[in-house]
Design a protein around this ligand. Sequence first.
Ligand code: TMP
Length: 208
Amino acid sequence: MLSRAQFITLDGIDGAGKSTNLAVIKEWFERNRLPVLFTREPGGTPVGEALRGLLLDPETQISLRTETLLMFAARQQHLESVILPTLQKGIHVVSDRFSDATFAYQGGGRGVPLSDIAGLEQWVQQGFQPDLTLLLDIPLEVSMSRITQTREKDRFEQEQADFFTRVRNVYLQRAQAAPQRYALIDSNRSLSDVKTAIEAALDRHFGI
Ligand code: TMP
């Protein structure tokens, strides 16, 4: 068993099945009787949730730099007031998205230079990184068809296929570059196969 509280993130392109699999992760923590806090980005704090409202609203018109800075503003508050204090209390934290999403969406999707994002990441996180990132991956066609089925599309979901191709590529490149941090989960399978893969990744990470 690991001695210190772990910071785990769940990420991937829209439609990859995060919501369903968050329930799998919750069950896993309950079954193993490990204390955990579930949170999300952008969001997780009052200011973060207010920024989320702005960032996801299709009516919002902002520049790429502003969008990137607001993602990191929400993250700064989330880290200071929720993530780090919770980990210090010995409680694990699972975040539905974190900085990988900024590299993928603002970097890959929108074209903000990845080195600029890395600079902001360093300023905000000071080297702090998730201990494990569960990266859900699905082919683009599957992502697009799942997004189309959702009732109202948010500002990101309204983007086109080429945007999501670039988002997915950055996620995959990041997972390839640091395989020790990522568990790449093929989410284009039956729910029970994906569940088994997530549970196996958590078992392995926690040495259970
Ligand atoms: P979701 O929580 O339903 O996935 O919605 C969050 C949206 O915000 C999703 O489309 C990805 C996007 N996003 C970014 O573009 N950059 C970020 O840094 C984060 C955390 C999310």
